[in-house]
Design a protein around this ligand. Structure first.
Ligand code: GDP
Length: 426
């Protein structure tokens, strides 16, 4: 059977921790979309890690880590990451890379930087990891699949064609140095050498694993609101962040995804540009940012300070619905322990009308938050292991959110560690 762990919001909900925790019973953990543009922070007995490309299951001996075809595969980053975990004493993970995964090329990263420079103040807040140029090329059918690395002649013809196209933009739009065919060929040869031992027909491997009764975990990156179709377009990422896409980005039957665990953070944070209705500013935001996550809310990839806000029922209810949520994992609740009172955004006021349904981007930009203030619990809840032992106001906060979301909160995370979890039977 397959379980998916995905985000309800803008990313950074704590999916890495939940995946790492659920990895205990999984056989295979698969990344199915995105690239090295976002990261997961994981704290376990080996230390603290920021992973960008590897699935969060690499710390277990019993799991196989898979990079699915839907991923934007940055081979040098993947290898640096493997090295960095092995250097910290983690046993060499079992890794498989889909022969249908496409590779992020050095020029994708350059194009990302050049475009951000060109847009200057109007940029999308890209992490400049090459993700948007990569996916553009994938769908324009000029990307490179791992499987193509093994036929030099065909590769050369394709590289020549790509250089011709790219160089027009480099010369006339960006005024930057041109690409050379031989450099790109060399880059591809290096990638071939690095990736060859891991290449796998992943959809077949997963099909067989399912037949053998293995448990597969799909690990999403970012969250619902960054989905290119259902998110806050155009301030979105370039690959689908939804559990449904797991079927495509891993190559598994959709009907095998039995459990969709949507991770929802107890307050909001976002990186990059775009409407963020429940956003807070100034000292109030600084304090939440400082106390947030595990050591502050700063991007795992970029170190950028995250934008902060109160829990947003409208965005999260939508985020859960569009994921097809079976379970909500409500995370980072411990962080709110310092507050006397906790505002929650329960509606959006748009042109004088209040709605609880998440609108399209043009309307979203006009939305003002409708807040309801709940009493805080004013103590540290880390270390608590049963739901009943949580302070009453804390349970009330959880139950209030659950009722508004309309999806069951079956896990409550009250600390960054694997054991910091409270299961609720629903
Ligand atoms: P992801 O991209 O969804 O995996 O999220 P990140 O890894 O960027 O952000 C989650 C951050 O919160 C990490 O630093 C985690 O170690 C931390 N974290 C996860 N769950 C909890 C929790 O319940 N409490 C606290 N305090 N930190 C948590």
């Amino acid at each position: 059977m397959i379980k998916a762990v995905v985000g309800a919001n803008w990313g950074d909900e704590g999916k890495g921790k939940i995946t790492d925790m659920l990895g205990e019973t999984a056989d295979i953990i698969v990344r199915f979309q995105g690239g090295a543009n976002a990261g997961h922070t994981i704290v376990n007995n080996y230390g603290k890690f920021a992973l960008h490309t590897l699935p969060s299951g690499v710390f277990y001996n019993h799991t196989t880590s898979v990079i699915g075809n839907g991923v934007a595969l940055n081979i040098p980053v993947l290898f640096k990451e493997i090295q960095s975990i092995v250097d910290k004493g983690v046993p060499m993970p079992k890794i498989k890379v889909s022969d249908r995964a496409q590779m992020v090329m050095s020029y994708h990263i350059l194009f990302d930087q050049y475009e951000e420079e060109r847009l200057a103040g109007k940029s999308f807040g890209s992490t400049k990891s090459g993700i948007a140029p990569f996916y553009s090329d994938k769908y324009a059918k000029i990307g490179f699949q791992v499987s193509e690395l093994f036929d030099e002649e065909r590769l050369k013809e394709k590289v020549e064609n790509i250089c011709e196209k790219k160089n027009v933009m480099l010369e006339h739009l960006y005024h930057k140095p041109l690409l050379k065919v031989e450099d790109i060929m060399e880059e591809l040869r290096t990638y071939r050498e690095m990736v060859e031992p891991y290449v796998c027909d992943v959809s077949l491997y997963l099909w067989n694993a399912l037949k053998e009764g293995k448990e597969i975990l799909l690990e999403g990156q970012l969250g619902s609101l960054k989905d290119p179709d259902h998110g806050i377009y155009p301030m979105v990422t370039s690959s689908s962040t939804l559990a449904a896409y797991g079927a495509i980005g891993a190559g598994v039957p959709p009907y095998e995804i039995k459990q969709i665990i949507t991770v929802c953070k107890a307050y909001s944070s976002a990186v990059g540009a775009g409407a963020f209705v429940s956003e807070i500013f100034g000292e109030e935001a600084d304090e939440l940012r400082r106390r947030g996550g595990d050591g502050g809310e700063f991007g795992a990839t970029t170190g950028r300070p995250r934008r902060m806000g109160w829990f947003d029922v409208v965005a999260s209810k939508y985020g859960c619905r569009i994921q097809g949520t079976t379970d909500v994992a409500f995370t980072v609740l411990d962080v709110l322990g310092y507050l006397e009172e906790i505002p929650v955004c329960i509606g959006y006021e748009i042109d004088g009308e209040v709605t609880t349904e998440f609108p399209v981007t043009a309307k979203l930009e006009k939305a003002k938050p409708v807040l309801e203030v709940l009493p805080g619990w004013n103590c540290d809840i880390r270390g608590i292991r049963t739901y009943e032992d949580l302070p009453e106001n804390c349970r009330k906060y959880i139950e209030f959110v659950e009722e508004k979301l309309g999806f069951p909160i079956t896990m409550v995370s009250n600390g960054p560690g694997r054991e910091d979890i409270i299961y609720r039977n629903k």
